[in-house]
Design a protein around this ligand. Structure first.
Ligand SMILES: [Zn+2]
Ligand SMILES: [Zn+2]
Length: 297
């Protein structure tokens, strides 16, 4: 039987904190400050990510391309590798510094709840940590200390949650890292062959042992990250197509939202209509604005 008044369900199970009036002080977000999570582990992982890309840049440029006698080979591969590495780092920066879809803190006030005009029996979820009313499909992240709309997972490598607003950048980041890993692996194979032909004398400006060590390290890095990021890329595209976040898949949550086609789901994340902007970390996709919870604070 339905209850006559809207019910407040607290998913974090803090029975005593269900009263909206206990949510003090309400904290409002400053809209002009850059989003950045102050988490030591995430910052270290983010710095390691950039250093790994710079190491690959160093080996590709100074060990393989600059000493090469074939100028066209160096120019073509140098341009492709540097462009992809730049796009990978730009995607990483956007994924890290974009608000993933944080729900305003402290909005579980009486006025706000009344303004939602809930129907009798309608269940509303409230987060006791943020003191906010959770929109459907939002989850609380203990690292970001915020509720995140359509939270997929918290990724320490980008030091941020992957959610509604930054999933595009995260997917691009995994794609560009997979591409530079593959490209550097192909170049390492060609360079090894070239060095064998040349008896290791003129194929690098470094000594033969140093050249071998640097190439093997790049080979390991390339293989590891090619596997890791291409699996992540595939998983992300699958969850976008099926419109089911990582958390919803893990928790086997029942689908309460409308089913759309795969193409519509892709457009919801990457922008409408399909264009080259899908592949650009500099273009901000226009996310759906029909959600009433998003703009009422
Ligand atoms: Zn929360
Ligand atoms: Zn998070």
């Amino acid at each position: 039987m339905k209850s006559p008044v809207p019910r407040f369900r607290d998913v974090e199970r803090q029975a005593g904190s269900l009263q909206p009036t206990q949510c003090v002080p309400p904290c409002h977000d400053r809209p002009n400050t850059m989003w950045f999570i102050r988490d030591a582990c995430g910052i270290v992982c983010g710095v390691i990510t950039w250093m790994l890309v710079f190491f690959a840049e160093f080996v590709v440029l100074f060990v393989m391309l600059l000493p090469s006698k074939n100028l066209t080979y160096s120019l073509v591969n140098g341009t492709i590798f540097n462009s992809l590495a730049f796009l990978a780092l730009a995607s990483h920066f956007r994924a890290m510094c974009t608000d993933p879809g944080a729900v305003p803190k402290g909005n579980a006030t009486k006025e706000y709840i009344e303004s939602l005009q809930l129907k009798p029996g309608q269940v509303v979820y409230k987060c006791p940590k943020c003191c906010s009313i959770k929109p459907d499909r939002a989850h609380h992240c203990s690292v970001c200390k915020r509720c995140i709309r359509k939270m997929d997972h918290h990724c320490p490598w980008v030091n941020n949650c992957v959610g509604e607003n930054n999933q595009k950048y995260f997917v691009l980041f995994t794609m560009y890292i997979a591409l530079i890993s593959l490209h550097s692996l192909v170049m390492v194979v060609f360079h090894f062959l070239y060095c064998f032909e040349d008896d290791w004398t003129k194929c690098s400006s470094f000594s033969p042992p140093a050249t071998v060590i640097l190439l093997i390290l790049l080979c390991f890095e390339g293989l590891l990250f090619l596997i890791f990021t291409s699996v992540m890329f595939g998983t992300q595209v699958h969850s976008i197509c099926t419109d089911e976040t990582g958390i919803e898949q893990l928790k086997k949550e029942e689908r309460r939202w409308a089913k759309k086609t795969k193409w519509m789901n892709m457009k919801a994340v990457f922008g409408h209509p399909f264009s080259i902007a899908w592949f650009s970390p500099f273009s901000t996709p226009d996310h759906g604005k029909a959600d009433p919870y998003q703009y009422v604070v």
